[in-house]
Structures are given as C-alpha cells and as structure tokens.
Design a protein. Structure first.
Length: 234
C-alpha cells in the first residue's frame, strides 16, 4: 500500500465521525482533499451537512462536488473539522501549513467541537521539527520580522534555516489572506509550546503552524492498517 492509498484509508475512517445534520470544517492539502471527495460522494447519496472550507482551493473542490458551503460569519460554531498534518507527535501536537492555509485551518479547527487529523504514518514523529515550520507574516516589514523570528526562536533553543517561501517562478508565495509565509527548518522543536508563544510575540507574525492542544483524534494509516490516537475524553 503506497502513501496515496494510506491517505485514502485514513480519510475513509474519518467518515465515521460524520453524521447527518453536522456542520463540518474541511481541511486543506492532499490528504484532506480525499476526505472532501468522500463527503462529496456522501452528499450525492443524501448526506445532509453544511461545510466551511479552510482555503480557496478546498472551497473550489467542495463547490465542484456540490457540497453545501457556509462561512464562519454565517455559521461560527462547527461540530467536526477533518484535516491533514505535515507532522504530528504522540501528544497530537501538529505542524501544519505546508499547503499555506495554516491561519484559516487554525481558525476553523478551534471553532469546532472536535478536530480529527488524518495522515499516513510517515507524518508521525517522535519530535516535531523535521518539516519546516510555516509562519504566516504580513508583507510589511518582512526583513524585520525575519530577524525577530530568528531571535525569538533562538531564545527557546530553536536554530536553523529560516527563509521566505517562494513559488516555482521565483515570486513570493502569498496566502489566501494576502500574507507571506516564512518556513523555519529547525530539525527539532523540543519545546513547541515555548516556541509558539515566542513567535506570537513578533508583531509581524499573524500565526504559526504549531497546532497545540487543538487536535482531539488522529487517524494514522500504515502498512498494518489504521491506528487511532485520541486525547482523553475525545
């Protein structure tokens, strides 16, 4: 079973958390897209849900599948959000934002009663940090923000390559919110809570890709099947 098949298995298992009449958050990325496809198939079969997408890309995918959509302005409280992760540890601490949607993903996830993470087992790590940590920043004062991010990260023991995300054509990557993304490759993030707190003290930082205390359930697909990790009481 390859990675793509594992993602599909995890997405299928996540459908167990979906019930008729629910308000759902739809994540962004290759794994979340498989869940969106399954929701679309279920809607075509009569499932009654109302969904908030976490990105323009997910909104377009869901709309093409005729999934009923809403916004957090119209529907500020959701039942379940299902999304992927770039990394997660056994405590369900996540690194997200590889697809550039970390801000909206975090807003939608924290507006939900439950966040369900779906991933293949390559995303499960002992220590976060091998995947570059996305940090969304405003365009104004970029170099100043970069310097401040490096300084604050160093204070909590995180040192590594910190650079602006660029597109294939050499132009800056711009989020759906009109911001830039900084990718910080620390190798290890031994104190994610301390790092997150430090980063959010930088005025130019809008949000960072550490999702701490947000995920309730992780569905991890591997060669030996599905493993489910849960926070107590989830």
């Amino acid at each position: 079973m390859d990675s793509d098949e594992m993602k599909s298995k995890a997405a299928q298992k996540a459908m167990d958390y979906v019930q008729n009449g629910m308000k759902l958050g739809l994540g962004t990325g290759s794994t979340a897209a498989k869940f969106v496809d399954l929701v679309g198939n279920a809607v075509a079969g009569g499932l009654d849900v109302l969904c908030v997408p976490t990105s323009v890309a997910t909104r377009d995918q869901a709309a093409a599948l005729s999934i009923p959509l809403t916004t957090l302005e119209q529907t500020p409280h959701l039942d379940v959000t299902v999304d992927g992760a770039d990394e997660l540890d056994e405590h369900l601490r996540l690194v997200k934002g590889g697809g550039g949607a970390l801000l909206r993903e975090k807003i939608v996830a924290t507006s939900s009663d439950k966040m369900v993470v779906i991933a293949d087992d390559s995303k499960l790590v002992t220590v976060l940090g091998q995947f570059p940590l996305p940090i969304e920043v405003v365009q104004f004062g970029l170099k100043s923000s970069l310097m401040a991010i490096e300084g604050m990260a160093t204070r909590v023991g995180c040192v590594g390559e910190i650079k602006q995300r660029m597109q294939g054509d050499g132009t800056p990557y711009i989020t759906d919110n009109g911001n830039f993304i900084i990718d910080a490759l620390f190798g290890q993030i031994k104190k994610p809570e301390a790092l997150s707190e430090a980063l959010m003290q930088v005025p130019g930082v809008v949000e960072n890709g550490l999702f701490l205390g947000i995920a309730d359930v992780a569905i991890i697909a591997g060669q030996d099947g599905i493993t489910t990790l849960e926070i107590d009481g989830a």
